[in-house]
Design a binder for this molecule. Sequence first.
Ligand code: TAP
Length: 453
Amino acid sequence: MSDSATLINPATGRAIREVPRADVDEVDEAIARAVVAQRAWAAGAPLERADALRRFARVVEDNVEELAQLEVLNSGHPIESARWEASHVAQVLNFYAGAPERLSGQQIPVGGGLDVTFHEPYGVVGIIVPWNFPMSIASWGFAPALAAGNAVVLKPAELTPLTAIRLGELAVEAGLPEGLFAVVTGSGSVVGQRFVTHPDVRKVVFTGSTEVGVSVAAGCAQTLKPVTLELGGKSANIVFDDADLELAAASAPGAVFDNAGQDCCARSRILVQRSVYDRFLELLEPAVRDWRVGDPSLESTQMGPLISASHRSSVASFVEGTNVAFRGTAPDGDGFWFAPTVVLAERGDRIAQEEVFGPVVAVLPFDDEADGIRLANDTIYGLAGSIWTENLGRAVRVARAVKSGVLSVNSHSSVRYWTPFGGMKASGLGRELGPDAAEHFTETKNVYFAADA
Ligand code: TAP
């Protein structure tokens, strides 16, 4: 029998809803239904799956405003960001709706017959999602997994399940078979762990902290279950002295304070060549002070609250004892507010090494190109990063030398659903999105047909 969790609006601190917490039996029932639904789904023609995913995308498009409002309420995302996220889910579904008819195998020359490969779906895929981008990160897993012929059991974070629950309902409205895409709410240690241990879940996609990701991978190893890990980050925003400093400084707050810094790709270290360090800070200060923090339901708001009181305490603990250069503003009141904060740091400082997951950025100087690369690589993580330079050769050299999965030059873009996304080092294992994601939800089968009588 399940109990329930109380959801809190992070902008007000007030309770909004109770959501059931599934127990192991209920997780097992969802997996059993998914096993049955998957067989019929995979047996259908590719066009049937493509059409079903396109219908799902259209229903999501028709409900963008409702999904966005749920994310404002449950996660405190600014409404404009939440609308982008909901539209992004529809776009991801549309993109992978093209995959069922393109999952071609190979025909390999052999003697005496014919050899072909098939991309077989795993069966049931378990997807475990964090609270920072609840619906978009879920879609990066469920859209290509379904396209490849799998069923999906999805566990949203306990703090932010509302948009995932609604997406599960919209899938059924769009005509996806009952049980094919099941959203199971509850705790990580019960629901998430059951995905790891259940023999009928044949692949796990985990997005979250590096610590939990390592334990999920260890659990999956026990049952030889493939796992994709999207973990933490401490990404560098590297500003060379030949950069367009005005543009680099004006764009730096958005690159780290978007979603209140609760972004795995947050450029939470700004590395500035020493010769332009003072000038860059002069330009950065007004950009940080102008960053608009407040009521997430207003279209003018750029940043809402942190997700919870305990997370705010954790973020604050990173700033204690540091050299704060300047801060932006944040509302008073009952929400979990935290003003954007710029810290001057030294190499090796905790603030320069560990993921804060809040609106706090560490600024560090470096001497030359080699030193900048060394500093950029000086963390356990390797998820994203930005390189600001007007020198093309330098852009190429640095982009190749920084050990991160997703880099941008003279821009902070990280996520395009049609390009691959994921981290190196302690930031993860495997890639999501991009042209090959549906294939990652399949196993290659090789079949030899003897033709000689
Ligand atoms: P975690 O605490 O690791 O939780 C992530 C998810 O795992 C939640 O759904 C959680 O469930 C579940 N979980 C917890 N313990 C588990 C266990 N023993 N077995 C299976 N599942 C378990 O992370 P978080 O605090 O929610 O998210 C923040 C982290 O996610 C940051 O490090 C951030 O960088 C990372 N992140 C990475 C990316 C990419 S794409 N690389 C994207 C977003 C976030 P509960 O509901 O119980 O918490």
